[in-house]
Each structure stands twice: as structure tokens, then as C-alpha cells.
Design a protein around this ligand. Structure first.
Ligand code: SF4
Ligand code: SF4
Length: 358
């Protein structure tokens, strides 16, 4: 049904040879970023018209949230003048970002990022960046890693907040127009030529094959997680799993939906100048839950691990209306001791039937 609907909307042919022209067009208004190969891995990087854009990339270690809520960000600097008065200076306005080739899991992650910054802290710096961005979404044809479970978490087919969404068929990409801005950019770069019937058939076939290529790891829908996690609040699995946790925080850093940050000041010893910045932090890092007076309200690794998982599956949907896990699999792939949120979801959800692989 959804696949049929996709073809009913504006879908145009985009010759692969026009990718350079697209980058050139976007570079007039945006800082253009896309996936590029870095040794055996892929990463997001600035790209120009002649860049080797790796649209066939499996995934990146860091998600695109880094361009909207950077790992470390200057908020403002203040300085004491000759008259002893302080003045405050905000950073210069930055160019909006155009992101090329964002997969469904990371598109979902950007929606979660927006809902957190809109409803929790009303952070217009982050939402403003999201508002000004141009995003080309890109369909995946196969799971990017063995750890991915995006189909279970309903993010495989996510398209918003992209302006354009592409299915890569080789020499031609079929591109769906999702916003007026997307249409404007597309027609600046190529004639708006409808997909041929052969291409439409090819796309439907690839979508059918793709559905089979993504195994189901969980035997329940993500909206059942909140109830399942509540019922598992005192389960022994938290202690047993946390025994392997090193509190390194990698799971937080690589997650497209982790949003926590810390704010600090760095100043000169004479107090004449200082900067205020914020930087990523995470609930798995020791000291994260320490408050004034030295009290830590979540001191054990089991409590910290449980909090991370329950926040994704229960607190975020309750508070922001969206499940906080996209199933990208990054936290599993990058955990040094292979702690798997997918396996925890499977255990609490009772999805351990035959074929429910971890
Ligand atoms: S990456 Fe793994 S070991 Fe490190 S804090 Fe997260 S769960 Fe613990
Ligand atoms: S919790 Fe893990 S699998 Fe879920 S979105 Fe974050 S990194 Fe991806």
C-alpha cells in the first residue's frame, strides 16, 4: 500500500551524471555535506562538485545530528572592555547545511532531535538549523550492518524531513519531491521528467526484494515497548547486562537520538574574557547524574543502562510522541562489549520466538 502510494506522488528521473550539478546548485546556498569513503569506513564530509560521493555507503559511525547539535559548540563569548564593562558576542551566522543521501533511520533521528529541542528545551538554535537545512533522503536496499533493525522500528521507509527522496537504480535515481524547495532545486538541475513505466516496474520489484532482505528481529510493534519496559522495571536482565558495561559512553555518542549536552565556561585567569560552550554528554558516562551536593541519583551501571533503554522506548514516546530508537544498530556495533539494545527489546517484549535473532 505504502509502496504504491510512493509511486502516486511526483517522482522524477534524475541521471546520476547530474549529481555534480546538484552539488554545485546547492553550494550556492548551503554548506553541502554527503557520505564519503574514509579507508574501510564512511563518514559525513563537505563535498564539492567533483567529490566522490559514496551514495552506496552502508552507514556512518556518527549520525547527521552532528550538523544540527554539534559535539562541541560555542554559544557566546564575553570580554571586559577598557571601561571595565563586559560585552557579549554571539558566533557569526553559519551557512545552512544541505545533507545528501540520508537514510531512513537518520531521517527519523532528525525528527526525534527536532521534537526534543522543540518540546523539552525550546532550543531555537538547533531547530533553526533544521528549518534551514536541505535534505536529500536515500532509500536503503539492504541492511547496512548485521546490527540494524530499522524495519522493526518502522524507520526503514521514513522520508520526512527530506525535501527530496531518492531510490538509486544505478545510472538513474528516481527522486520523489516532498517539499516546494525540493522541487525548486530539482528543476534547477534537471528537466522534470517522469519515471518511465519500466523504471516504475523496476522500482516496485526492488522494493519487494528489499522487504525480504530486512529480517524481522522483534515480534512486536515499537509502540508496545513502553508497556513492556514498564513491566520489566525490576527484571534481572538490567544487572546481568550492565555487568558487561564499561561506562565508556560510545552508545550515547553514536546514537542519532541522544540529545544530552553539558554547558560550561572557559575563561582567562584574570576574568577578562571567557567563552560559554556546550558539548555532548550521555547518561552512560560516570557523573552524568551527579547533582549539587555530590549526590548521584542514578549511581549504578544497571540503573544507567536501564535508563538509556527505557528513555528510548518509553520516556521519549510519552514525552515527545516518538519512539527514541530508530533501529540504526550503531550502539550495538560500536559497543566494545557487544551490549545490544535490540536484544534487550527482544527480551522485554517477549519476542524470543523462533527466528527472532538478536
Ligand atoms: S557502549 Fe557499551 S560498554 Fe560503552 S557505555 Fe554503552 S553499553 Fe556500556
Ligand atoms: S539506541 Fe542504538 S539502535 Fe537505537 S537509535 Fe540509538 S544508536 Fe541506533
Amino acid at each position: 500500500m505504502r509502496r504504491q502510494k510512493a509511486m502516486d506522488q511526483e517522482v522524477y528521473r534524475f541521471p546520476r551524471s547530474r549529481l555534480g550539478a546538484l552539488i554545485e546548485r546547492l553550494a550556492r546556498d548551503y554548506r553541502v555535506v554527503g557520505p564519503v569513503r574514509r579507508g574501510a569506513e564512511h563518514a559525513w564530509a563537505d563535498v564539492g562538485p567533483g567529490a566522490e560521493l559514496a551514495l552506496d555507503y552502508p552507514t556512518t559511525m556518527l549520525p547527521p545530528r552532528q550538523f544540527f547539535a554539534p559535539p562541541r559548540e560555542l554559544l557566546f563569548r564575553f570580554r571586559r572592555g577598557a571601561d571595565g564593562r563586559y560585552t557579549c558576542h554571539e558566533p557569526e551566522a553559519e551557512r545552512p547545511v544541505a545533507l545528501l543521501g540520508v537514510h531512513g533511520c537518520d531521517l527519523t533521528g532528525l525528527r526525534v532531535l527536532r521534537s526534543f529541542h522543540e518540546s523539552s528545551c525550546r532550543d531555537r538554535v538547533v531547530t533553526g538549523r533544521l528549518d534551514r537545512a536541505f535534505i536529500l533522503g536515500l532509500a536503503c536496499w539492504a541492511p547496512c550492518t548485521a546490527e540494524a533493525f530499522c524495519r522493526d522500528m518502522a524507520s526503514l521507509e521514513s522520508e520526512a524531513p527530506a525535501a527530496l527522496y531518492a531510490w538509486d537504480l544505478g545510472d538513474v535515481l528516481l527522486v520523489k519531491v516532498l517539499t516546494a524547495r525540493g522541487r525548486e532545486v530539482l528543476q534547477d538541475v534537471t528537466a522534470l521528467e517522469a519515471a518511465t513505466s519500466d523504471e516504475q516496474v523496476a522500482l516496485r520489484h526492488r522494493l519487494r526484494v528489499r522487504h525480504e532482505a530486512f529480517p524481522s528481529h522483534l515480534r512486536f510493534p515499537p509502540d508496545r515497548l513502553a508497556v513492556a519496559l514498564e513491566a520489566a522495571a525490576d527484571d534481572l536482565l538490567w544487572e546481568a547486562t550492565a555487568d558487561r558495561c564499561l561506562s565508556c559512553g560510545r552508545c550515547n555518542l553514536v546514537c542519532p537520538t541522544c540529545t544530552c549536552f553539558d554547558v560550561g565556561d572557559e575563561g582567562t585567569l584574570d576574568g577578562a574574557a571567557a567563552v560559554r560552550f556546550r558539548r555532548w554528554t550521555g547518561c552512560q558516562v560516570p557523573g552524568f547524574s551527579k547533582v549539587a551536593g555530590g549526590r548521584d541519583f542514578r549511581p549504578t551501571r544497571a540503573q544507567q543502562l536501564r535508563y538509556r533503554v527505557v528513555r528510548k522506548g518509553k520516556y521519549m514516546p510519552e514525552r515527545y510522541g516518538m519512539v527514541g530508537c530508530t533501529g540504526c544498530g550503531r550502539c550495538i556495533a560500536h559497543c566494545p562489549t557487544h551490549i545490544s539494545i535490540r536484544e534487550i527489546f527482544r527480551q522485554v517484549g517477549g519476542g524470543g520466538g523462533a527466528g527472532a535473532a538478536a
